[in-house]
Ligand binder design. Sequence first.
Ligand SMILES: [Mn+2]
Length: 305
Amino acid sequence: MPMTSSPEPEPQQRHETVTNPGYDAPQMGNGDTIMPDVEMLRPLRYRSVFISDTHLGFSGAQAEFLLDFLQSIECDTLYLVGDILDIWEMRRRRFNWPDSHNAVVQTILERARQGTRVVYIPGNHDEMMRDYAGMSIEGISIKLRDTHECADGRRLLVLHGDEFDTVVQYSRLVAVLGSRMYAWLIRANHWVNRVRQALNRPYWSLAAHLKQRTKNVMRYIASYEEALLHEAREAGVDGLVCGHIHHAEILDQQGVLYCNDGDWVESCTALVESHAGELSLLRWSEVRETLKSTGQAPARQQHVA
Ligand SMILES: [Mn+2]
């Protein structure tokens, strides 16, 4: 990445002066050319950052990677797009709360205190938090879903996406029976899981079930994407941001954008918006390696204009 030699632009003009959309140049103080090293390239600055499926409380969570990521970035808005806490896992086993998981939560709370706008959209593994929708706790506003406006004016629906498990499974049936059935199935799935919750049974993951049963992950993913794109079109927005299936991806389907921010159990991915309003996927393990081995800012990630 070319190092900037011009003074840092005024914050309100930043979005007009960014030259590398996937990455906003770090402040270099007096504008001298300085050989970059890893620490100097931090923080990576973004307008918005979306993460989901961190599954804190579950031993498989990559909390140390996540902590490293959170400490390496700065953003105006941080979206937590569900399954942030794995409350099911905590209930099922002995309470598992390592220091690194706690440090992630503390870091997020600290960012909220320092003025980062933090929006938390609970998923199915932390659905108990849905009871607090509409409230703001420790500066974190909790919502069932949200609409994010990008710097370039595009509007994105932000939601976790678990409610579309049902739609995916029954999509063939829905095609026959129509949208009333569709709405009913979403409610049925909700109540089935309420009952399982009352019986202290874990959320039944249709995603995992389908992966095992059909051995056709790609078809499942395609159906999930289709269901969410349908929802975005219904809502009249330019695209959507979701998580849930642990498969990071940006797709543009006939002008409607599907953005899945991935997870922090396997892939360690985030969706980021530059100050120019461009969206890209950031794979933290790759970015981290690039920073370490070359001392250069990461190459532009997969992005959509
Ligand atoms: Mn989920």
